[in-house]
Structures are given as C-alpha cells and as structure tokens.
Design a binder for this molecule. Structure first.
Ligand code: ATR
Length: 272
C-alpha cells in the first residue's frame, strides 16, 4: 500500500504511550469509512517534528503535553481562540501550510453543556496552569463567571487579571461557593490516583463537581463529591469532544461521538 492510498494523522507528545487518542481516532476513522492511519510519536524535538509534518505530508496532528505552547512558534498561522489561550492542541496541514487550533476549551464547554447551563452561572476553577487557561477562556466566552482558586496566588492573579475574573489563594477555599467546582490540576490523575485537590467537607458548597481528568474515570475528588451528595462530571466527555472537533477541522466531517466515547470507556474500564 502506498502512502497516497491513505491519509496519515498523528499525535505528538512526550510521553505519549499512555494516550488514548490513537485508539479513539482510529476507531472514529474506521466508523467513518476513511482510509486513514493515526500514529503516536514520542517527540524529542518539536521544531523538527513540525517540519516532519510537511516532509511526510501528515494531514493533521494532535499536540499534547508538554508541547502545546512551544509548538506555536513553528506554525505558519494560529487561529484566534488558540492564540488567546496560548496553546495549540491541533494542527491542520493545508498543502504544507500549518495552522494551529485549540479544541480543548470547546471540548470542555460541549461536555459541560450536556449537563448544565453555563451562561450566568458561577464556577470555581481550581488551578491556574495551562489547562485552566482553556477552561477559563471557554467559560467566559459562554457567558459563565469563573473565579480562579490556586495554590500559588501570583499565578491565580496573572490569569485572573488577563481574563478579567476574580482570583483567590487556595488557602481561602472556605470562602468560596458557586454553582460548580472544576478541577484543572493533575491531582487525582494516574499515577496520583489517591490524591484530591479539595477537602471533602467543603464540597457541599457546590451542587456540581467537575474533574477534567478522565483517567481514572472516577477520581478521588469525584468519589468524595458523590458521597457528599454532589452531581459529578468526569473529563471523558471533554476528551471525546476535543477529539471530534479535531476530526471536524481535519476532514470537515462530523465523527461518531457516542461511539468514540464507548470505545474509550471500554478501554478505561479494562485498565481499571
Ligand atoms: P497544566 O498545564 O496541565 O495545567 P501546570 O501548568 O503545571 O499543568 O499547572 C498545574 C496546576 O495545578 C497549577 O495551578 C498548580 O498550582 P501552582 O500554580 O501552585 O503550582 C496546580 N497544582 C499542582 N499540584 C498541586 C497541589 N499539590 N495542590 C494544589 N494545586 C496543585
């Protein structure tokens, strides 16, 4: 089979072995009847890897940790949402011209809107790193009101000032109440499964507790939230929607989101 028979897509990250993107995207392509191969690359040098997209005629690339910001330096164009968030998780190859997008924020918002109204609601965003930037951006864009709560106050402050929202140090957590608490830190993610970023006794201050982590599906935070009588949402929906939005950018086609979710869910349960 020659490479012109099928289109190549990839994920760039380091590490990348644990990524469920190859499983999800490949399953989607097959269901869609596309002749396409999605390949994981553990990248050593992102500058040269991006050159490889042109050299190998790779049609589209997912970008993951730790390259989402650095990769922006090597693209020909960056779309507005990604530029404002300061991170690219999707590259489209238009005849050798590389354009960067961010679908993480949209994936999150689409998943959240399956469960609740965003407009006019108060959200406490735990964390002020790269993941938090996309979430805060999306919430603001949808008319939500985020408050940033972070261990290091200076980081909460710079994010809060940039996006025009209130910020607090994590040490002031007793003071906050909102419609929803969103964890954007990596606490609770494998291999830090046993950890939670927020004390159980304060969870009752939020009707909804959301974790953007999807591995494990039920983090310690979400387990405690259920015990406290809160409603919960995991990061699985965000993961599926950000991937589906990538496929839409690359192919112009809608992908089978419910099926993609089923495939990822089965794998997560198997891993458990
Ligand atoms: P990412 O890009 O995935 O968001 P990051 O930029 O390293 O990752 O950000 C991690 C976030 O998790 C930060 O807000 C960090 O808080 P600090 O700004 O104080 O470092 C937060 N975080 C990480 N470990 C934490 C912990 N043990 N307790 C509370 N917050 C933590």
């Amino acid at each position: 089979m020659s490479s012109s028979d099928f289109k190549i897509f990839a994920v760039f990250g380091n590490p990348v072995a644990h990524s469920l993107s190859p499983l999800m995207h490949q399953a989607a392509f097959k269901r869609m009847g596309l002749k396409a191969q999605y390949v994981p690359f553990c990248v050593k040098d992102i500058d040269r890897a991006v050159d490889g997209i042109r050299g190998l005629d790779i049609q589209g690339v997912s970008v993951t940790v730790p390259f989402k910001t650095e990769v922006m330096n090597y693209l020909d164009e960056v779309e507005e949402d990604a530029r404002q968030i300061g991170a690219v998780n999707t590259i489209q190859n238009l005849q050798g011209r590389l354009k960067g997008y961010n679908t993480d924020w949209l994936g999150f918002i689409l998943s959240l809107k399956e469960h609740m109204e965003v407009r006019g609601k108060q959200f406490v965003v735990l964390g002020a790193g790269g993941a938090a930037r996309g979430i805060v951006y999306g919430l603001k864009k949808e008319g939500g009101h985020p408050i940033i709560l972070n261990r290091t106050l200076s980081k909460a402050e710079s994010l809060g000032k940039e996006f025009g929202c209130p910020f607090l140090s994590l040490s002031e957590k007793e003071k906050v109440e909102a419609d929803c608490l969103i964890n954007t830190t990596s606490l609770g993610m494998a291999p830090n499964k046993g950890r939670s970023p927020f004390p159980k006794k304060l969870l009752k201050n939020f009707p909804w507790i959301v974790d953007i982590i999807y591995n494990p599906l039920k983090t310690k935070l979400l387990k405690k939230a259920e015990e406290a009588g809160c409603r919960t949402m995991s990061g699985l929906g965000m993961f599926v929607h950000q991937g589906a939005e990538q496929i839409k950018i690359w192919t112009g086609q809608e992908s089978p989101r419910a099926y993609m979710k089923k495939v990822v869910l089965a794998k997560l349960k198997e891993n458990d």
